[in-house]
Design a protein around this ligand. Structure first.
Ligand code: PEP
Ligand code: MN
Length: 350
């Protein structure tokens, strides 16, 4: 439930509404706006009896949020949330952000070379896993803290914002020390204790859709993070399992406009995991931007044939450079712009 206050409501009236909500056994979240203050009521799982609130002094209107994901819904917050990864790198505005880099951090040379290449092509942020959720316990599991140190080094070298995955609470605290954004991967989308932990950390979170998760389940998982007081959540469509095994997953392009209708959170797409096939990454990245994604996450490796994970879906740097050129044209065609790499002016197409 959302209590919209009159534009001339006094602070005493706002405090009074918050007190009554507290007495009803719920939590009040005041949200001051340009025109007027709204007060969100959280903690309910069904429709709340508004009779104690509706006629309080200063109350203009009570809106019942019909979706089970409350704070994540557009009913709760009509304007799209902008998540700032690092100074000047904002996801959810008009600019389309590209997060690129290898699946895993493998060595200093590999990550620094990758970072320089994606930066030169116009990426805004660097990805690289230090803690890897692998299907087999016998495959490369990531460099752990050493990988995070190397990401921090690549960030210093290039100025790129850094996104890296955490698989558990302790890992999330470590990732938060080195990276700008904590990735919660598909396999952990419903790891509720991890969601609460990244919620408490308050740092930007990239939440990927589970491989068999519905859009509503994705949004409810995001609600766990917001319910802990962290609004800095970016959603990511990365494909879902289907009956067809020609591609690694089935890229759900529909999810992009559907999520944008249901939620104010920004959504990006990951065509690398969505397809699993290098030559399908470029067309699906183009489609994601055309469909309105706020950004894309793409795996790029200096030598994909030697990658320790996901080489078959990793672009060669030259392919990524070409993709970026195409994305600039698509962005312009839909009235958007590719976000400039940190520290550079935007490239204008004229
Ligand atoms: C990844 O980004 O490298 C990854 C493991 O992705 P997902 O969680 O989507 O499978
Ligand atoms: Mn990967």
């Amino acid at each position: 439930m959302l209590v919209v206050m009159q534009s001339d409501a006094t602070q005493t009236q706002i405090d009074n509404v918050c007190r009554v909500i507290g007495e009803m056994g719920y939590k009040a979240v005041p949200m001051p706006g340009g025109q007027r203050t709204a007060i969100g009521l959280v903690g309910n799982d069904g429709r709340v009896d508004d009779s104690q609130v509706v006629s309080l002094p200063g109350v203009a209107q009570v809106i019942h949020v019909s979706q089970p994901f409350k704070q994540v819904s557009r009913e709760w917050k009509p304007e799209t949330t902008q998540v700032t990864l690092s100074p000047g790198v904002v996801i959810g505005g008009n600019d389309i952000v590209v997060i690129a880099g290898p699946c895993s951090v493998e060595s200093e040379q590999q990550i620094v070379t990758a970072a320089r290449a994606v930066r030169a092509a116009g990426a805004t942020a660097l990805r690289g896993g230090a803690f890897k959720p692998r299907s087999s316990p016998y495959t490369f599991q990531g460099l752990g803290v050493k990988g995070l140190e190397l990401l921090a080094l690549a960030k210093r070298e290039t100025g790129l914002a850094v996104v890296s995955e955490a698989m558990d609470e302790a890992g999330a605290e470590l990732v938060a020390k080195y990276a700008d954004c904590i990735q919660v991967g598909a396999r952990n989308m419903q790891n509720y204790s991890l969601l609460r932990a990244v919620g408490r950390l308050g740092r930007p979170v990239l939440l990927k859709r589970g491989m068999a998760a519905t859009i509503h389940e994705l949004l409810l998982s995001a609600e766990y993070i917001l319910a802990e007081g962290n609004p800095h959540v970016i959603l990511c469509e990365r494909g879902v399992r289907s009956f067809d095994n020609v591609t690694r997953n089935m890229f759900d392009l529909n999810a992009i406009p559907i999520v944008q209708k249901l939620s104010h959170l920004p959504i990006i797409a990951d065509p690398s995991h969505a397809t699993g096939l290098r030559e399908k990454v470029t067309p699906m990245a183009r489609a994601a931007v055309a469909a309105g994604a706020d950004g894309i996450m793409v795996e790029v490796h200096p030598t994909p044939e030697r990658a320790l994970s996901d080489g078959a879906q990793s672009l060669f740097p030259e392919q990524f450079t070409h993709l970026m050129m195409e994305l600039r044209l698509i962005a312009e065609a839909i009235g958007r712009r590719m976000a400039p790499s940190p520290g550079t002016a935007a490239v204008e197409i004229g």
